[in-house]
Each structure stands twice: as C-alpha cells, then as structure tokens.
Design a protein around this ligand. Structure first.
Ligand code: ACO
Ligand code: KIV
Ligand code: MG
Length: 513
C-alpha cells in the first residue's frame, strides 16, 4: 500500500476564497484541528503577505508538533526571509516557493523570459536551502506550461536543493487523463526525479479537482494538496476529505492510503465552515448534510434491510453518528412504520394505513415531516373516537385587513351529516372564526382558555392550538394542529365541542347502565 502525504492548504489557498478572512486565533484553532485530523503538512499562510499572516504562521509553527508546518513565498529573498522568521522554530522548517512557468504568466504577469524564470527559481531555491531543511518548489500554472520547459526547470531546481516538486493545475484546466499523463511524462523525462516527492495541487474550475488529484496519484504523485470542504480561490481546491475517503473506500483500486484519522473529518469540516462562513452544500460529497440521508421510499426500505444497499461510506467512518431516514413526500410505508416503532407506538394494520394516509397528506404541505409531526398524527389517530358522529371542518375562509373588522366563513359537516356554512365577524381573525363556530353548533358554546405553540422548528412548523370550552354546559379541552394557525384554531374549537358531546354521551351511557 503506497503512503500518500496530505498537504493541507486550507489556511493559505483556502483563505484565498473570496470573502474569507481568518484572524490569528481562528487560524490557530483550525491548525489544531488539522493536527488532530492527522494532515502530514499544513500550509499555515503566506508570511510576507501581511503582519497578521506572519503572526499566524509563526504561532502555528511554534504550537503544532505532529504535522509539519509550511508557508508560501515568492521567488525572492524578502519573502523567503519572512518565511524563515515565521517558521524557524517549527519542528521541521519547511518552505513552499512558487514561480509561474507558463508562457501566459511569464509574459504578461511576471514580464520575464523563460531563462530569467529559470535563473530566479534556481537562485530562490538555493537561497532557501541554506535555511530550510525541506524546500518545496511549485511551477505555478504548470498545466499550461511547455512540458519540455517544465522538464528543464524542474531538473535545475532539484539540483538547487528542492526535495518536493509540486505540479499545480492552477486554473483547473486539465482533464484527469491529461493531468495524470503529465506526471507520467515528468517521471519519465526529468533525470533526477527519483530524488524528490512529486505533489499534485488542483483547482476545481471545471469540477475535476478531486478526479485530477486521484489521477496524479495513479501516475506517481506521493503528495496531494487541497483544502477541507474544497474551499479556495475561485471555484476552490481539491477537497481533501474526498480524496482521503476515495483512497480508503477504493483502496482495492488505488492501492494507496493516507494517515488521516477519517473519523475527524466531519468535525473538521464543521469547524472550517463555521469559522470561514463558507456553508457546505447539502449534497457535497462526504461532508454534506445529505451525504447519509435517504428520502425516497425504495432507498429507505433498502437501507433498513441492509445499509450497504445505498451507502458505500458508513457515516461512522467520517465521524457522523448515524445515517438519516428523512420522512417526506417520497417516503414509503417501511420507513414510516420504522419511525412509528421508534416512537414507541404499536399499530394495527388499519391504524397504520390511516396514519400513513395522514402522513402523505401532510407531505403535500410540508417538505420534511419531523418526529414531532408524526407524533402529532399518531396521537390524533390513536385518540379519536371513530364511532361517534361529530362536527368536521370542511373549509375556512378569512377576510383580513389591518384596520377592518375581520370576517370568517366556516363550513362544517354536522353530526347528523348536514353541511352547514356560516359567516361572522370579530375584532381579530380567531374571534371571527370562533363567533362563526358558535353560530354553527346547536348548543351554547363559550371559550374559557386558548393557547398556541409550534410543533418543532422552522418556518413550516405545524401550529398546535389548545382550548378549553364549555359546550352545552360540559367543559372540555380541545386541540387542533395544522400548518396554518387559524385552521389549527378552528379545529381545536370544534374538537372541544366534539369531546363535550362524547363526554356527555359517556355520562349518559353510565347513567343508563
Ligand atoms: C496561485 C496562487 O495561489 S499564488 C498565491 C496568491 N496569494 C496571494 O496573492 C495572497 C497574498 N498576496 C498579497 O498579500 C499581496 O499580493 C503581496 C503582499 C504578496 C504582494 O503585494 P504587492 O507587492 O502589492 O504586489 P501585487 O500583489 O500587486 O503584485 C504581485 C507582484 O509579485 C510578482 N510575482 C508574482 N508571483 C511571483 C513569484 N512567484 N515570484 C516573484 N514575484 C512574483 C508579480 O509579478 C508582481 O510584481 P510587480 O509588482 O513587479 O508587477
Ligand atoms: C501557489 C501555488 C502552488 C498555487 O496555489 C497554485 O498554483 O494554484
Ligand atoms: Mg492554488
């Protein structure tokens, strides 16, 4: 099994993400977590770029013991000196010098000839080698460079003292086949390539960063660079967690491994998302909120029977406690039944069908059905008195205006089966509804208490209303839940009426006995 070094650049290339700016303490916290994750090398920043970054790299270099710490430098003495001052007290002082080698960058950005670039790279590496035990050199924009020029400059910087050669796809331009091919080409054509480690550094402009990094490994890269959650300049860098998990899950194919503690991945991802403000998309591979969530009935059924039917990665592998079966529009009976059991309910097949129907009806109104929603359906279904005829809400309509008297129109089916529709007004919407219901029901009705709360969280949470009312001289509690507070209010009031009717009839039955 080949060992692949993980070079994490979350604190340097990751921090180059537009809008991200980490202070020293935030960088230090991330560095400690990267050390716990077990990255081999962390690039803590670019010491010459600012006082803050210099201080961050120095603090991290002096704190972290179980990962090597490095810093970026341009090919000039000032940057190399700044890097040395920041890194000299680290366990293994290591510098990362870069210089662009592509015609586009040399001509327009550096305004240097290839010979000047070669000379500058060699003298920077020689200078750095007098101070640092490990010098890494990167050919910026290597993938748009002339490959024979790459051979020439890499040969010379190795002679000058570089022990790691990085071949970045700076603008995410290459396909996996091409990028892997470039590594094979360099291995075959740079005479002293055997003296160094080859490193891959990919960007995600065309969505191929991770695939390219894996292709580099297949063609001799012994180090891969990237960031957690794939953050970074423009479309970002290779996501380290994806590379590491791919190597682990497909080690039959890659025959390579890292020393990362994979069960620290989720925590690391969450910390970095929190401190950078870069939200991880739900469908992101490995660390997305939905990476272990199943919504559709056929998948949920499969996962309940055997998780590996639809999971190639176990949640525990990356430090997530369990998968999630999300109850929603696409869920089937198996998953609902499983959740009902987990909530402690034993239902007959008939009751299960009723609950399932109510569940499906709710999915037309709500995206995700929470445990609280299901519990609400279950308690409603378990406690309803089926054999008793009662008032049922058919429709509710409100006319509302901030400075108006409110008007409600309520339609119900009465216990004798007749359809009744009434309208009434009130100072508020609930009062208008309750005045209308009082007109509908046969006996006098009086509201004693009204309370409302939400079931679960979120904007689409169900509303639950509890009332106390006296109907025909009998006091009863009533409850109603619905996504709309006014519908829940109407249901609760009618429920109180129905329960008074039931209570009254039970008392009568006892008297008759
Ligand atoms: C591919 C990458 O990710 S490379 C890393 C990119 N990261 C960053 O740029 C983040 C930090 N950068 C900064 O804070 C600033 O750019 C600094 C402090 C480094 C430099 O700032 P300034 O001196 O104002 O220069 P500015 O950024 O405008 O221009 C860059 C200069 O460096 C030169 N340069 C670029 N790369 C290199 C290199 N590898 N070696 C030497 N010089 C270089 C450019 O040609 C340009 O030189 P010029 O001023 O003679 O035209
Ligand atoms: C500094 C270099 C390695 C870089 O980030 C790139 O080329 O993308
Ligand atoms: Mg980069």
């Amino acid at each position: 099994m080949q060992k692949i070094d993980i070079f994490d650049t979350t604190l340097r290339d990751g921090e180059q993400t537009a809008g991200v700016n980490l202070n020293v303490l935030e960088k230090l916290e991330i560095a400690k977590q990267l050390e716990r994750l077990g990255v081999d090398i962390m690039e803590a920043g670019f010491p010459a770029s600012s006082k803050g970054d210099f201080q961050a790299v120095k603090t991290i270099a002096e704190t972290i013991k179980n990962s090597s710490v490095t810093g970026l430098a341009r090919a000039n003495k000032r940057d190399i000196d700044a890097a040395w001052e920041a890194l000299k007290n680290s366990e293994e002082p290591r510098i990362h010098i870069f210089l662009a080698t592509s015609p586009i960058h040399m001509t327009y950005k550096l305004k240097m000839t290839p010979d000047e670039v070669l000379e500058s790279a060699v003298s920077a590496v020689k200078y750095a080698k007098q101070k640092f035990s490990v010098v890494q050199w990167s050919a910026e924009d290597a993938c748009r460079s002339d490959k024979w020029f790459l051979v020439k400059i890499i040969t010379e910087v190795i002679k000058a003292g570089a022990s790691v050669i990085n071949v970045p796809d700076t603008v995410g331009y290459r396909s996996p086949q091409e990028y892997g091919g470039l590594f094979a080409f360099l291995r075959n054509n740079v005479p002293n390539i055997g003296n160094v480690k080859l490193s891959a550094h990919c960007h995600d402009d065309l969505g191929m960063a991770v695939a390219n990094s894996l292709a580099a490994i297949e063609n001799g890269a012994a180090q891969v660079e990237g960031t957690i959650n794939g953050i970074g300049e423009r479309a970002g860098n290779s996501a380290i967690e994806e590379i590491a998990v791919a190597l682990h899950i497909r080690n039959d194919h890659y025959q390579a491994e890292t020393r990362l503690k994979l069960n620290e991945i989720k925590k690391t991802s969450q910390l970095i998302s929190k401190l950078t403000g870069m939200v991880v998309p739900g469908n992101k591979a490995v660390v997305g909120e939905n990476a272990f969530a199943h919504e559709s009935g056929i998948h949920q059924d499969g996962v309940l029977k055997e998780a590996s039917t639809y999971e190639i990665i176990t949640p525990e592998l990356i430090g997530v406690s369990s998968n999630r079966l999300v109850l929603g529009k696409h869920s089937g009976r198996h998953a609902v039944k499983n959740k009902i059991k987990a909530l402690g309910f034993e239902l007959s097949e008939d009751k299960l069908n009723e609950v399932f129907d109510a569940f499906k009806a709710l999915t037309d109104k709500k995206k995700e059905i929470t445990e609280d929603d299901l519990f609400d359906i279950l308690t409603e279904k378990q406690t309803e008195t089926k054999d008793m005829k009662k008032y049922e809400l058919e429709s509710l309509q409100l006319q509302y205006g901030t400075n108006n008297i409110q008007t409600a129109t309520v339609a119900v089916t009465a216990p004798d089966g007749t359809y009744i529709e009434e309208a009434a007004t009130g100072a508020g919407s609930v009062e208008a509804i309750y005045n209308t219901i009082e007109r509908i029901v046969a006996e006098p009705l009086e509201l004693v208490d009204y309370q409302i709360k939400s079931i679960g969280g979120g904007r689409d949470a169900l509303a639950e209303v509890h009332v106390k009312a006296i109907y025909d001289g009998v006091e009863s509690g009533g409850r109603g839940s619905a996504q709309d507070v006014l519908e829940a209010s109407a249901k609760a009031y009618l429920n109180a009426v129905n329960r008074s009717i039931v209570n009254e009839s039970m008392v009568k039955q006892k008297v008759n006995l």
